[in-house]
Design a protein around this ligand. Structure first.
Ligand SMILES: Cc1cc2nc3c(=O)[nH]c(=O)nc-3n(C[C@H](O)[C@H](O)[C@H](O)COP(=O)(O)OP(=O)(O)OC[C@H]3O[C@@H](n4cnc5c(N)ncnc54)[C@H](O)[C@@H]3O)c2cc1C
Length: 557
């Protein structure tokens, strides 16, 4: 291996997995998948921001990967003979994060996206080496904050937290500059003709400056959706990239279906809001929801499924093939549909709740939110498993966790292992029969009032952070009367649909709906959005996987 200078601070053990050197025999297996290409010293093979960038294996010579910026280039890494370029999001055709330039003339093997997908799917040994390296590179870039985006914001700004979560959960590396901590930030802002009052500011590829952008504007600026054809008829469109939608995507794409997933925000769904899932099969020490989601997301991409970051706003069910109307204006035709839109957290009816969302009120308890309240007192509201997990996790890095529950105890609503953990954690103080009465503060939450329903006693505490984990309602409002729902607005499927409901829905077929099929033929519902579902990651994943066998049957009808 040639001597390499790397901009990424990597441990040697990881460096070997992230930047492996292929053997001549392995390279000769790759060559027939693509074509050979000569390269000359100084030549730029691709530029930061290019789309549909091919994969390159260096046969002879050397290339460098650099991050260009206004001031200077930063070296990210160097690839010599036997090494290959790219990171995992190139599998979905996303824009290049860096520039690749030739430092020693030689020869490359070039593979386009389809050729690369065929290689990783069909050659088990190379598939493992390549996928592992591409995923680990992405993880390393995210951890080191090396990428094509700079976010300038403040710990006290809810929109900064929103954008951090959006970039992190979409696995997009970014560097963060905090207005309150970095004294040179004024100079940077002047350079881009922006003011501190306009934060958060997102600078894409050193050029485009977005002032307090929406998530969709950031997705557009970074080209998350550019490589995706939004007009072609798909075998299967999945709405929602939580555990159930991602499972359907992995099974559907791996079994040869042309799969598109629509996701409002970022892959992971509710599971992505969990710090540690301990009851999912195969993870004896637990796994963070975001890690589980990221792994599933990359797995779906490996099999060729595409994920469009955009909200589905309507199902045109009177049209065949069905049409999914997306918030960005696209109308996507689908032969079969899996609805995996899950549920959305319930907001307690408190007068000024929305004012403090992201500024003291949170609906997720991951490392990102925990950093904001390190060493302080916090409140967790709710008595279910998600609240229990949040309390145990937050107790590790906060001063005290007040757990407010409406009922008299946890036994009915929480798994035994979590109750035991809570009992064994002195930092967690349980307040049964208790409800929040009011929130006070300026730009940030400053104090909270709660009331014991039995004694009527009201207490006020100077606490700046509340984690609300009080259950969720189904995301079915966008269905606009297309499907039969139960009285809580969850989607009815299979044997749950009565003959009367099927006749009211004008069910047109001689057969009855398959398991997980809704009152509309070829439209399935899986996971938390489905009436009667068990609200767990494993059952969501199971349903998403099972639905695919029925999708195949529908596509043959
Ligand atoms: C904090 C927390 C901790 C948890 N811990 C555990 C645990 O330890 N073990 C366990 O088994 N379960 C746990 N759960 C429950 C588990 O996460 C859920 O049961 C599971 O995520 C359900 O998966 P899903 O795919 O059905 O839906 P969701 O996870 O809700 O995903 C739905 C997805 O659809 C997207 N979406 C919604 N509407 C649209 C639209 N119109 N267009 C496009 N996209 C849309 C959403 O953005 C979301 O990403 C926890 C839940 C929470 C909130």
């Amino acid at each position: 291996m040639s001597e390499t200078r790397r901009g990424l601070p990597l441990r040697i053990s990881r460096a070997e997995r992230i930047f492996p050197t292929l053997t001549p025999a392995q390279m000769s297996r790759i060559a027939p998948h693509g074509h050979m290409r000569l390269m000359q010293r100084g030549e730029v093979i691709y530029e930061q921001g290019d789309t549909n960038v091919p994969f390159f294996v260096v046969v002879t010579g050397e290339v460098e990967i650099v991050s260009p910026s206004r001031a200077a280039e930063t070296l990210v890494t160097v690839y010599g003979a036997g090494q290959f370029s790219g990171e995992v999001s190139y599998l979905s055709g996303r824009r290049a994060l860096f520039r690749m330039r030739v430092t020693k003339s030689g020869e490359l093997i070039e593979l386009d996206r389809q050729q690369m997908l065929a290689l990783v799917q069909n050659d088990a040994e190379l598939g493992e080496i390549l996928m592992r390296a591409l995923v680990l590179r992405k993880v390393e870039l995210v951890a080191a904050g090396v990428g094509d985006v700079v976010l300038i914001g403040s710990m006290h700004s809810p929109s900064t937290l929103r954008l951090k979560e959006f970039l992190m959960r979409n696995g997009h590396p970014y560097s963060y500059i905090d207005l309150d901590r970095d004294h040179d930030v004024e100079k940077l802002l002047d350079g881009y003709h922006t003011a501190a009052s306009e934060i958060p500011i997102v600078i894409c590829r050193g050029e485009l400056v977005l002032r307090n952008p929406t998530n969709q504007q950031v997705a557009d600026c970074l080209g998350f959706n550019e490589a995706i054809d939004q007009t072609q008829i798909r075998d299967l469109v999945i709405i929602g990239a939580g555990p159930s939608g991602l499972a359907a995507a992995v099974y559907g794409a791996s079994e040869g279906l042309d799969v598109l997933v629509l996701e409002t925000s970022s892959p992971g769904g509710q599971a992505g809001a969990s710090s540690r899932i301990e009851n999912y099969l195969g993870f004896p020490t637990g796994v963070s929801g975001q890690e589980l989601a990221a792994r599933a997301y990359y797995q779906a991409q490996k099999f060729g499924a595409q994920v469009l970051i955009a909200k589905c706003k309507r199902l045109a069910c009177d049209h065949k093939p069905y049409i999914l109307e997306v918030e960005n204006g696209a109308r996507i035709p689908a032969r079969a549909i899996v609805i995996a839109t899950g549920a959305e957290y319930r907001r307690p009816p408190l007068e000024n709740l929305s004012r403090f969302e992201g500024a003291g009120v949170y609906y997720a308890a991951t490392f990102m939110e925990a950093q904001l309240c390190s060493g302080q007192e916090v409140i967790v509201v709710g008595g279910g498993n998600s609240a229990g997990q949040a309390a145990v996790f937050l107790a590790e890095m906060t001063k005290r966790v007040h757990m407010l529950i409406r009922s008299a105890g946890l036994a009915e609503s929480m798994s035994r292992y979590l109750i035991r953990r809570i009992e064994q954690t002195p930092k967690i103080v349980l307040h049964p029969n208790t409800e929040i009465e009011g929130l006070e503060g300026g730009d940030h939450l400053e104090s909270v009032r709660w009331r014991n329903k039995q004694s009527g006693q009201i207490e006020e505490h100077n606490i700046r952070h509340i984690f609300v984990m009080t259950g969720a309602d189904p995301n079915t409002h966008w269905l606009d009367g297309c499907l039969a729902l139960d009285d809580k607005r969850f989607i009815k499927t299979g044997p749950e649909l009565s003959p009367e409901e099927l006749s009211a829905a004008h069910w047109p077929l001689a057969r009855t709906p398959y398991l997980l099929e809704t009152s509309l033929p070829g439209v399935f519902a899986v996971g938390d959005v489905r009436g009667g579902s068990i609200k767990r990651v494993a059952s969501a994943v199971g349903e998403g996987s099972i639905a695919i066998s029925f999708v195949h049957q529908v596509l043959q009808e």
